[in-house]
Structures are given as C-alpha cells and as structure tokens.
Design a protein around this ligand. Structure first.
Ligand SMILES: Cc1ncc(COP(=O)(O)O)c(C=O)c1O
Length: 384
C-alpha cells in the first residue's frame, strides 16, 4: 500500500492533505516519494525554524536523546532549567510553565488569568476577552477562546466565560470590560489563521493601557508570531508592548513539540504546587532543541529575518499584490482563488499555505537567499 492509502485507511480524517508524501528534507528543501523537489515556504506551519533536519539542531536533539530523554517533572533536569533561564532573561519575564503545544500554552494563560483575578477581585471575575478572527487552539477551552464560530459548530458546550471583541475597536473593548467581570485579554498581534492580520500598534497599546487601568491581565498569544518569526524574538518587543503573560509554541523547539507560557513578575507566583502540570512539559530532548534554536537567534539573525520579509513584501508589492503580516509571516491577497495559486505553486515545486482567502508564507527563518528568490518568482507567476 502507498503512504497515502495507508494513511487514508487508518488516520482520522481531520486533515485535508495535499496529494504529496514528503519523505525527506534538508533546510528549506524537501522531496516527495517520487523524488520531486520542493522549496518549502511553510516550515511545517511555522515550526521548523531552521528548516528540515538542520545539522546543529539535529545534533542537539541526538546528544540529549543519548544522555537522558525523559524523567517526569518530579525531578530537576538541566535542559529545562537552562531553557527557562534563557527565555526569562531574553524576554524580561519572570517564570515559565512548559507544555507541549500552543493550545496548552494558552490553557495555562487562561488559568493564570482566572486565578490572578480570583485572588485579587473575586472568583466571579473569570471572563477572558479575545478577538473575532482569532485562533488559539483546538481544546475545548482554546476553541472557546477562538473568535470564529466555524470552529465551535457541533462541539458545544465549550468552556464558559469567553467574550469576543473586534480588532481596532477600542470603545467596544472598553464597553466589554465595563459591563463584565473580566480576568484578562488574550490576543495575537498578527492573527495568523484568521488571515495574517496585523493589529495596529496604536490599538495594541490602547489595549495594554485598558488592561493596566483595570488590573486585568494583558496576554499575548505568540504561538505563531514568536521565536523569531516576525524579526524580533517575540513580536510584542518590536511593538513596544509589555504583556503580563506570553504564550508560545510552534517554532520554539524547531520541530519538536513544546509550548511555553511566560509570566511577568505580577503573576509569576499565581500558579502554585498542584495548580497545573504536564507529563511531557519541559522534556529534556525538546528543551535541548529549544536551547539550540534560541541560542542561534541573535540580533544579526533576527535582522536577516526582517530583511527577508522586506524582500518578499517588496517583490510582491512591485508585482501588484497587497501584502500583510510582519517579518517572515506573510499574507498575500490573491485575485484567483487561493487553492488555484497553491496548486500552481506545487506544480512548480514550491509549498505554500493559505489563511482564510489569502496565500500565507511561513518559510524557515534561515532560508537561503537564492531559494527565497526562486520561490518568490514561482509564487508571483502562480498569482498572475
Ligand atoms: C496563534 C495560535 N495560537 C494557538 C495555536 C494552537 O497551537 P497548537 O496547534 O500547537 O495547539 C495556533 C496554531 O496554529 C496558533 O496559530
């Protein structure tokens, strides 16, 4: 049986896969089972920060796997402690909880906000405000946080206590805060799945101020925007924001499952013994991978990410297409149906993504310039 037919028979049909079976990869390139080569402008939906099977990353993973792969969170391990120190030092946050995915990082954020509010104002202050067109995960709580009805259909009742506001509507948000007992606001600075929509700095700063004035937690979901993707380690840093909680995952461990919920000094000690946990959270192999990823993301590397994002924007704008996003998180408004553009790109050896009706690019952050130039040329041809 082929990979495709075995998969179709035995794997739950929750994914609409392209008709491609990827068998190996190297950097931004990968090959299917017929030997066809692709330039990958998806990086596993923003996960493979350094592309496929990067040798430095693979060595870090293999060395740790040979030394100690897992212990449980009953014991201390060096990679977990070291990664927490790197994350807190580089972000100015105070503590981190490790999970395995973006959804779990957001679950933790919701628990922190609710417990903080319960202790400071009362248990009835449990509401979390998120935004229409947001995406925060697939668990029943993070689905509730996701401001898109389509994802909720047939899975109700979801976790109670989520309210939705519109991006750029500060009066609407103020009214929600005034009329409800609110614990926190959770947002993506660039809504990824919702169409690569960048919120304005002015709006984001107004949200932060509203949270401060009302002593509610200002929480940023950096699952997709984080770990270098937008040209700074976390997008909030280039937008002049000071969140209380930051959730992240995807590119953090460069291709292994890891999520993190960072808390500033205001809420660092909200969670105490027994409040939260995860069997695999902070797993030594995933933590070693993340250390290797973060240690390579210095200022020069991040500046290059920005430069590559600018290059894509410049070329597509020149070709007459509207581009959204930040850094190497790119959304392109297409004239043809996006599925047609994706198919044409695949035919010509380039893998891309969609987000709503837009074409979306999330290439590996270290994609070589010649590969980037070639991929952009193929994309423009497919768009025209
Ligand atoms: C902004 C954002 N938050 C949360 C998630 C959920 O992450 P995961 O699929 O790792 O649970 C995603 C996934 O696309 C995301 O883009």
């Amino acid at each position: 049986m082929s990979i495709k037919s075995t998969d179709n028979q035995y794997v739950a049909h929750t994914y609409k896969r392209f008709d491609i079976s990827i068998v190996k990869g190297e950097g931004a390139l990968c090959w299917d089972d017929s030997g066809k080569e692709y330039i990958d402008m998806t990086s596993g939906i923003g996960v493979n920060s350094f592309g496929y099977s990067d040798p430095v990353w693979a060595d870090a993973v293999a060395e740790q796997a040979k030394l100690l792969q897992h212990t449980s969170n009953l014991y201390y391990t060096a990679p977990c402690a070291e990664l927490a120190e790197i994350l807190c030092t580089r972000t100015g946050m105070s503590k981190v909880f490790f999970g395995n995915s973006g959804a779990e990082a957001n679950e933790c954020a919701v628990k922190v906000a609710r417990k903080y509010a319960a202790e400071h104002k009362g248990e009835e202050y449990y509401n979390i405000i998120t935004f229409n067109k947001s995406f925060h995960g697939r668990t029943l709580t993070t689905l509730a946080a996701t401001g898109q009805d389509g994802f909720h259909h047939l899975f109700t009742p979801l976790t109670e206590g989520f309210l939705y506001s519109d991006a750029e509507d500060i009066e609407g948000l103020e009214k929600l805060v005034r009329d409800n007992k609110v614990a926190g606001v959770l947002l993506e600075t660039v809504q990824g799945e919702g169409g690569v929509n960048l919120m304005s700095t002015e709006f984001l700063q107004a949200v932060e101020k509203l949270c401060r004035d009302n002593d509610i937690l200002f929480m940023i979901d950096e699952v997709q925007t984080g770990n270098g993707r937008t040209g700074s380690l976390y997008s909030y840093r280039q937008l002049g924001l000071h969140p209380d909680v930051v959730s992240t995952a995807k590119g953090l461990a460069g291709g292994l499952p890891m999520g993190a919920c960072l808390m500033n000094e205001k809420c660092a000690d909200v969670l105490s013994y027994g409040d939260h946990g995860s069997t695999f959270g902070g797993n030594p192999v995933c933590a070693a991978a993340a250390i290797s990823v973060l240690n390579r993301m210095d200022d020069a590397f991040l500046a290059e990410v920005k430069k590559k994002g600018d290059y894509i924007r410049e070329k597509l704008t020149e070709a007459g297409y509207a581009v959204s996003g930040l850094g190497l998180m790119v959304g392109i408004t297409t004239e043809k149906p996006v599925s047609e553009v994706l198919s044409k790109c695949i035919e010509n050896g380039v893998l891309c993504l969609s987000a709503k009706e837009k074409l979306r690019l999330l290439p590996p952050l270290n994609i070589a310039w010649d590969q980037l130039e070639k991929a952009v040329a193929v994309i423009i041809e497919a768009l025209n």
